[in-house]
Design a protein around this ligand. Structure first.
Ligand code: URA
Length: 434
């Protein structure tokens, strides 16, 4: 077949058929498929069909490695080798109330390690780190590679910024296609998508927070484990020291779901306080990151409690134009949901709380929509807490009271009061290493 005046070495239909019929796609054909799609020679329809075939048939480890490599090769590769210090990054597969990156990056940087945290914006019910930070007056997400490098090399050490469009453009195109063709939740596709960006970024080490439960991509721990193992193998094979933690995402993390309120909660963590679950996960991930950076004995709890992590946070926010002491936006309209009876909170499902916060305006339905920084949900009780009738359970915040009915609809049946506290397990369930 010919196109654009050149002779193409493969035919997309043959590649699709090979995967459709359960075979492994040969390396050269797979690399060509990704490259030809990025160039626009392979159409969206053909790539959607191929993604569905991968979804149905899976991929062998070698195919996933080649797919990841082909997506890396579609764009630029960054290198921090000239920094003269170790770089370590963290990636979360996404959850509800997951603000961990905010306290984690400056906490780890306070030990002299560089943290290149390239982050995204929220889409659907999961929030985005950049949206949260943009609720800080003046803070800027877009940095040039030179600015990013300078911030990591200097005293600040940590940078949280938008990933440039040059990293893994094939993934950008494919992820948008998967989003509208029902092919997001396939392990080979998720693993190659996440790891192509992280490997192209050039970090020395990476800690993955792979979530399972009602607010996560993967509902059950077995699938989350398979995803974690696949990603750890991809990182390790590419020379990135990679560890994963499997963490529980059945209940929202902390008490705040939104943007500005999540920044407030992160600052509480950096001041040595904050909700126990957020602190526990921040400490666990920081210890993993610092161990990979050659500092296994770093006392991360002390850095949260004695102000070093807070100093590092303030420096990081100032370096990107933000005022860490400025007042954050607060909502004009609030709606409080109270307990109808005395009892113990037995359930709060993460997903409906994420959807409700999104409907309040904390998230976006289309990539070009703005978010409302002050919109969201503040929980006043979590599973295991005893409440009296009339006591507030959670407060919804929005810029416009017309948003409340649809948010309340999403929350119907998502929480319950009962007699006995549910069994509480640790947030971190398993650790996966190479
Ligand atoms: N995040 C990504 O970057 N890609 C996926 O496929 C899923 C989550």
């Amino acid at each position: 077949m010919t196109g654009h005046g050149t002779i193409e070495p493969f035919d997309a239909v043959d590649v699709i058929r090979a995967k459709r019929d359960g075979g492994a796609v040969p390396e050269k054909a797979l690399r060509w498929m990704v490259d030809a799609y990025t160039r626009g020679y392979v159409s969206d329809a053909q790539m959607a069909s191929f993604a569905m075939a991968i979804f149905q048939r899976g991929m062998e480890r070698d195919e996933i490695r080649v797919l990841t490599d082909a997506m890396i090769a579609s764009g630029e590769r960054m290198s921090f080798a000239a920094l003269g210090k170790k770089t370590v990054d963290k990636h979360s597969t996404g959850g509800v109330g997951d603000k961990i990156t905010l306290p984690l990056a400056p906490l780890v940087a306070s030990f002299g390690v560089a943290v290149p945290q390239l982050s995204g914006r929220g889409l659907g019910h999961t929030g985005g780190t950049l949206d949260k930070l943009e609720s800080i007056p003046g803070w800027r997400a877009a940095l040039s590679n030179e600015e990013m490098f300078a911030q990591m090399q200097g005293d600040v050490g940590a940078v949280i910024c938008a990933a440039g469009s040059g990293l893994a453009p094939a993934d950008k195109k494919l992820y948008a296609l998967r989003d509208v063709t029902g092919t997001v939740e396939a392990i080979p596709l998720i693993a190659s998508s996440i790891m192509s960006k992280k490997i192209a970024e050039g970090t020395d080490a990476l800690v993955l927070d792979v979530k399972f439960g009602s607010g996560a991509f993967m509902q059950d721990i077995d699938r989350a484990r398979e995803l974690a193992r696949t990603m750890v193998a991809l990182g390790t094979d590419s020379g990135v020291a990679t560890t994963a933690l499997l963490t529980d995402m059945n209940v929202p993390l902390g008490f705040a779901i939104g943007n500005a309120n999540e920044v407030r909660e992160s600052v509480e963590i950096l001041a040595g306080g904050g909700p126990a679950d957020v602190r526990e996960l921040t400490i666990a991930l920081a210890q993993e990151m610092l161990a990979l950076a050659g500092k296994p004995d770093a006392d991360v709890e002390a850095a949260l409690d004695d102000g070093r992590a807070m100093d590092s946070w303030k420096a990081m926010i100032r370096a990107q134009g933000g005022d860490p002491d400025a007042a954050l936006p607060t909502a004009r309209e609030t709606h409080v949901v109270t307990a109808q009876t005395d009892g113990v909170v037995t359930r709060m499902d993460a997903l409906p709380f994420g959807i409700a916060a999104w409907r309040l305006g904390a998230g976006r339905a289309r990539a070009e929509d703005p978010v409302i920084f002050e919109a969201g949900i503040d929980l006043h009780a979590k599973p295991g807490d005893r409440v009296d009738a009339g006591q507030p359970l959670f407060t919804l915040s929005a810029a416009d009271a017309a948003r409340f009915p649809r948010a309340l609809e999403a929350l119907e049946g998502s929480w319950a009061l009962g007699e006995h506290a549910p069994e509480a397990g640790p947030i971190v369930r398993e650790r996966i290493t190479a």
